[in-house]
Design a protein around this ligand. Structure first.
Ligand code: NDP
Length: 407
């Protein structure tokens, strides 16, 4: 049986557990484990109501590799799906090596005390996974994840060489709160406040956070939004695995309201990740801020609007310049109706289930540590169509691509 162990009972974990439960022909016994057992139990209850399927729950400290390995053995899991936080990635990879289990995640490792995310730490596990005949799949969410698969699929079916890649992530949703983040606030704010890096002419170029922005009009009436260039982890693996790339950039939409709140929080020191002493106790301001902000997994009930995430890709085919835009649009309210979550958790959790499915069905079961664009994209792209994230592709002129003019 294809038993799986899902670690993390947050917004994303809830969607992954729901979606795995909805594909019983692939996913055998499902165990959802996290730091707080009551959160796992509440999700299990929802899944039973929605799908009729009973899943198991457990309490685990994912920072403890031995404890997690014992849980893997107890559940008989063939695959561990890590949707806890990036801080746990290495311990969970260690747990998989100890217990002989495949591994996957949706975000690359970050040390707790430095806001620095890169693949080097996880790529270092290559030999250990290969020697044990185990697979590790890195970054199977939407971005990273689907955006990488879109790029691999474009290279396979539309281009001989890809030259530029612009990933554009628009959240046209409104949760009705003064300020909230759509996924874990601590991880989100560390990412957004980091210096910007984009790839140009063979190297990463560093610029001030949020210093470059432009307006972008999404297709299908999603709307026009201001998008800001920022660093995102898939740029690192994509420029490595697609060496013809001359420029790679990542853009995300932010409202003025979000940026104004963030600026104030930064100015008053609330986004600091170094500990401060408060009433004799050490606290990390950003962790305290997370505790007072709305919980992203509770935003589904009030969020309206759509997300539009896609890639503008240029290159050559048969000696001719070519450009395409490939994208998915996802409706927050439809996601809530289906699995009780907003679209950011949904667009991450569905590709996590699909990546898990590729490993369990054998298509992507290869020893070693893999970024998602290194696998054949076709089955994953088909599954996106089947499991709630349909995509479209349109041809652009090189001039439209240069201006991100997709409608
Ligand atoms: P949440 O904060 O909502 O959930 C994280 C869960 O992990 C919580 O249930 C938390 O437990 C649990 N957890 C944290 N530390 C431990 C630990 N030491 N042991 C056991 N459980 C632990 O985050 P999200 O669901 O929003 O995000 C989950 C992951 O998805 C993150 O890594 C995020 O970066 C990634 N992500 C990826 C995206 C993509 O497109 N690739 C997009 C969005 C998110 P507790 O409830 O007790 O705090």
């Amino acid at each position: 049986m294809n038993n799986v162990l899902i670690i993390g009972a947050g917004g994303v974990g809830s969607v992954v557990a729901h979606k795995c439960a909805m594909v019983p022909e692939v996913f055998g016994e499902i165990t959802l484990a996290s730091r707080t057992l009551s959160k796992c139990d509440a999700i299990a209850e929802e899944i039973k109501k929605r799908t009729g399927r009973v899943i198991s729950t457990a309490k685990v400290d994912a920072d403890n590799a031995e404890e997690t390995a014992a849980l893997i053995r107890e559940t008989g899991a063939k695959l561990l799906i890590n949707v806890a936080l990036p801080y746990q990635d290495l311990n969970l990879m260690d747990a998989c090596l100890l217990a002989g289990c495949d591994y996957m995640d949706t975000a690359n490792y970050e040390p707790l005390d430095v806001a620095k995310f890169e693949y080097s730490w996880q790529w270092d596990y290559q030999d250990r996974f290969t020697e044990k005949g185990l697979s590790a799949l890195l970054g199977s969410g939407f971005d990273p994840g689907v955006t990488n698969v879109f790029t691999a699929w474009a290279l396979k079916h539309h281009f001989d060489e890809i030259h530029t890649l612009d990933i554009i992530d628009v959240n046209g949703g409104n949760h009705g709160k003064a300020f909230a983040t759509n996924f874990n606030p601590e991880i989100n704010i560390r990412e957004v406040t980091a210096e910007c890096r984009h790839f140009e002419a063979g190297e990463f170029v560093v610029t001030e956070p949020m210093s470059k922005h432009q307006s972008f009009t999404c297709p299908e009436g999603v709307g026009t939004y201001e998008i800001y260039r920022m660093y995102h982890e898939e740029l690192e693996s994509l420029v490595k695995h697609i060496p013809t790339l001359r420029r790679a950039q990542f853009w995300m939409s932010f409202s003025t309201n979000y940026l104004n709140h963030l600026e104030v929080l930064q100015n008053v020191g609330m986004t600091r990740i170094d500990p401060v002493i408060y009433q004799g106790v050490e606290i990390v301001p950003l962790q305290f801020l997370k505790a007072v902000l709305p919980n992203p997994s509770d935003l589904g009930v009030s969020t309206k609007g759509r997300t539009c995430i896609g890639n503008v890709i240029t290159g050559i085919k048969n000696g001719q310049a070519k450009a395409i835009y490939i994208y998915n649009i996802c409706d927050h309210e439809a996601c809530f109706e289906e699995v009780g979550s907003q679209a950011i958790s949904y667009t991450t959790g569905v590709p996590a289930m699909i990546g898990a499915k590729q490993i369990l069905t054998g298509d992507w079961k290869k020893s070693g540590v893999w970024n998602i664009e290194q696998h054949d994209p076709d089955a994953f792209m088909n599954d996106l169509m089947q499991h709630g994230l349909p995509w479209k592709v349109m041809e652009l002129t090189p001039d439209q691509a240069a201006k991100f003019q997709v409608i």
